[in-house]
Design a protein around this ligand. Structure first.
Ligand code: FES
Ligand code: FES
Length: 158
């Protein structure tokens, strides 16, 4: 069957099977590679994208169910000529090693910050709790998010 989705602002038309996942469409059909294929069970968060503005694990979403929807990946929130504040924050805090988990963390962080004028560290940790990292450790990732929040003028509540 054919589905039409808007991906990072561009209308795309894709032929899918009944069991094709959104992650497969994004990576294989559209050749957008920031969402990673990790566990494919909804546990690691490496495949996180925004579906109509909400973060989802795209490995668990069947593509035909999102016909007519809007999808945003890391490519869609990265300026053409540079990096977004979360990317910069993670680099500066040493919050990236292999980088496999990084796009998923950034999408979760981006969604969190897009709704906040201020936040607590616990709220931030909760927002990132669906994303797993096997190598960097979470402290530096949280530190990177805090640097990003500072750059964006979003305050930490005491
Ligand atoms: S690959 Fe989707 S949650 Fe792990
Ligand atoms: S940086 Fe390697 S899994 Fe997170």
């Amino acid at each position: 069957m054919n589905i039409k989705i808007k991906v990072n602002g561009q209308l795309r038309s894709v032929e899918v099977e009944h069991n094709t996942t959104l992650l497969q469409v994004i990576r294989k059909d559209l050749n957008i590679t920031s969402p990673k294929s990790g566990c494919e069970k909804g546990e690691c968060g490496a495949c996180t994208v925004l579906l109509d503005g909400k973060p989802i694990t795209s490995c668990l979403v069947l593509a035909f169910t999102v016909d007519g929807s809007e999808i945003t990946t890391l490519e869609g929130i990265t300026p053409k000529d540079g990096l977004n504040p979360i990317q910069k924050g993670l680099i500066n805090a040493g919050g990236i090693q292999c980088g496999f988990c990084t796009p998923g963390f950034i999408m979760s962080g981006h969604n969190f910050f897009s709704k906040k004028e201020d936040f607590t560290i616990d709220e931030l940790k909760r927002a990132l709790s669906g994303n797993l990292c096997r190598c960097t450790g979470y402290k530096k990732i949280v530190d990177g998010m805090l640097l990003a929040a500072k750059e964006m003028g979003i305050k930490v509540k005491k």
